[in-house]
Design a protein around this ligand. Structure first.
Ligand code: NDP
Length: 506
């Protein structure tokens, strides 16, 4: 640290100009590098598909590369499934469901799920490191949020496997059959857990397609299935391009479709399954309002706002990407937010001090860059902290826009990046109107000390999840899902189990 940037007591004013930090910047802390070792992961140079309990190469012999978004280097090659491979995986899943898994008593299915949960916990560091390498998310998030939640989902649904008669009293819960599951790249392993754990607990078997930029933890999970002695065919994993996802979900051999990803693809999948008897759940995009009232604890709200939009680089469907602030506190809140942004550390996802890692792909970085340019073009005021970005890799500075109008693209479109748009309101009615002024309806946040106001707001807002005085809290017992263009159906909790059963009378 040079003499001029050494830490000194801060008076609360802006940093002096001679510190060269730019206008309004807080004093930076410098941390020594704290990289997590990659050695815990034994990388293969090539990964196969996982069909019928075995790793197999793709029938076409093609592979694609999985890239580390922080370095732009190839991590490994992955077999690219063909439609014939998907057909084979579905046949294996059907055989396993009919001959074994669907007939196992719940307590026996539970044993496998408990075993998977335990192995995931034992190998948690390995999963966290690989997830950060493949997706770009900070290690402290994959280690402390993603992987613990993954294990928690398996524990939770293992607990339900032998209690379906209590989950659905007076009814008989039958499995649907074979589930086709297509998942995105923002929470690769967590989305796998949200889908596979309830499906298996209810007696279904699955064929899952991971996103092409993040297939590796799903393939490591295949090893866990082998380690847990899961019967062959119960879980099948077929990495491949978008067309493979479409082939899978529209296949006549599947009974249930579960998709998480963009609204655009969700609509295509909805169309492809319309008129069939497949059960379907769609968890799509969002443009959540995080609403701060003048009576809120502002410093606490700042942490919730930062967590709401900069967690996982903002690549979160329920991210609080629209901040609605009551006009009377907008000035001080935005000042505090700018100071807080200046302390966010952007960089190596495997560094334990990193707050914001790499954007998942070049394409996603380009999308964010384009939308931020549109924000400037349309007249919003841009603020970015003066942090250095690594020379290589797909990185983007935490970004804040003020003077945003509801008509701006940055206030309407899902950016899926570390970009916050700030709007103001005067009355609770106006806050509700602005919060609901979106085609999406996945999540929302409210910051106020008045319980009655929270309850009033919750009733008026069209959002599947509303957090009060917190944000981005997840728990396996709690259902998650959206309204409007954010999709339908719920994952998590007993609702998530319901999506994988057919209820019959006794
Ligand atoms: P997609 O919706 O395209 O990808 C999600 C998954 O669907 C991936 O496994 C993808 O495969 C697969 N897929 C893509 N096209 C099809 C298709 N026609 N039929 C069946 N499966 C398909 O998201 P993108 O990666 O393109 O991201 C674009 C935008 O979507 C983001 O900027 C963000 O706004 C939003 N998004 C929302 C997510 C959410 O959690 N709600 C998650 C991810 C993105 P492949 O990877 O091989 O293309």
């Amino acid at each position: 640290m040079s003499e001029s940037t050494k830490l000194r007591p801060w008076s609360g004013d802006r940093a002096p100009a001679d510190w060269g930090l730019g206008d309004g910047q807080a004093i930076p802390w410098e941390y020594a590098p704290a990289p997590e070792s990659r050695e815990i992961v034994t990388l293969k140079s090539r990964y196969g598909l996982f069909i019928n309990g075995r790793e197999v190469q793709a029938s076409g012999g093609d592979v694609f590369a999985s890239i580390d978004p922080a370095t732009e280097e190839v991590i490994a090659e992955v077999a690219k499934a063909t439609p014939a491979d998907v057909d084979k995986a579905i046949r294996a899943a059907r055989r396993a469901q009919r001959s074994r898994w669907g007939n196992l008593p719940g307590r026996e299915r539970a044993k496998y799920l408990f075993r998977i949960a335990r192995i995931l916990q034992e190998r948690s560091r390995e999963f966290a490191v690989l997830e950060s390498m493949d997706s770009g998310k900070p290690i402290k998030e994959s280690r402390d949020v993603d992987v613990p939640l993954v294990a928690a989902h398996f524990w939770y649904y293992a607990g339900w496997a032998d209690k379906l008669e209590y989950a659905f009293p007076g009814r008989v819960a039958k499995p649907l059959g074979v589930a086709a599951q297509v998942i995105p790249w923002n929470f690769p392993l967590l989305m796998l857990a949200w889908k596979i754990a309830p499906a298996l607990a209810a007696g279904n078997t699955v064929v899952l397609k991971p996103a092409s930029t993040t297939p590796l933890t799903a393939l490591l999970f295949a090893e866990v299935c082998q380690q847990a002695d899961l019967p062959p065919g119960v879980v099948n994993i077929v990495p491949g391009p978008a067309a493979i996802g479409m082939h899978l979900v529209s296949h006549r051999g599947v009974d249930k479709v579960a998709f998480t990803g963009s609204t655009e693809v969700g609509k295509l999948i909805h169309k492809a399954t319309a008129g069939t008897d497949k059960a379907i759940t769609l968890e799509l995009g969002g443009k959540a309002a995080n609403i701060v009232f003048e009576d809120a604890a502002l410093d606490q709200a700042i942490e919730g706002i930062v967590n709401g939009i900069y967690f996982n680089q903002g690549e979160v469907c329920c991210a609080g990407s629209r901040l609605l602030v009551q006009e009377s506190v907008a000035g001080p809140l935005i000042e505090k937010l700018k100071d807080r942004l200046s302390t966010i550390r952007v960089g190596d996802p495997l560094d334990k001090n990193t707050d914001v890692g790499a954007i998942n792909s070049k394409a996603q970085l380009e999308k964010i860059t384009e939308l931020v340019a549109a924000g400037v073009e349309e007249g919003a005021e841009l603020f970015q902290p003066a942090c250095d970005l690594p020379d290589r890799g797909y990185f983007f500075r935490p970004t804040l826009f003020t003077n945003v109008a509801q008509s701006h693209r940055i206030a309407k479109e899902e950016i899926f990046g570390p970009v916050l748009s700030v709007l103001t309101f005067r009355t609770p009615d106006e806050a509700v109107e602005k919060a609901n002024n979106t085609p999406y309806g996945l999540s929302a946040g409210i910051w106020t000390e008045k319980g009655s106001r929270i309850l009033w707001m919750v009733r008026k807002m069209r959002a599947g999840v509303v957090w009060a005085n917190t944000f981005n809290r997840f728990d396996p017992t709690s259902p998650f899902g959206g309204y409007k263009e954010s999709g339908f159906g719920r994952e998590g909790g007993m609702h998530g189990l319901h999506a994988y059963v057919r209820l019959e009378g006794r």
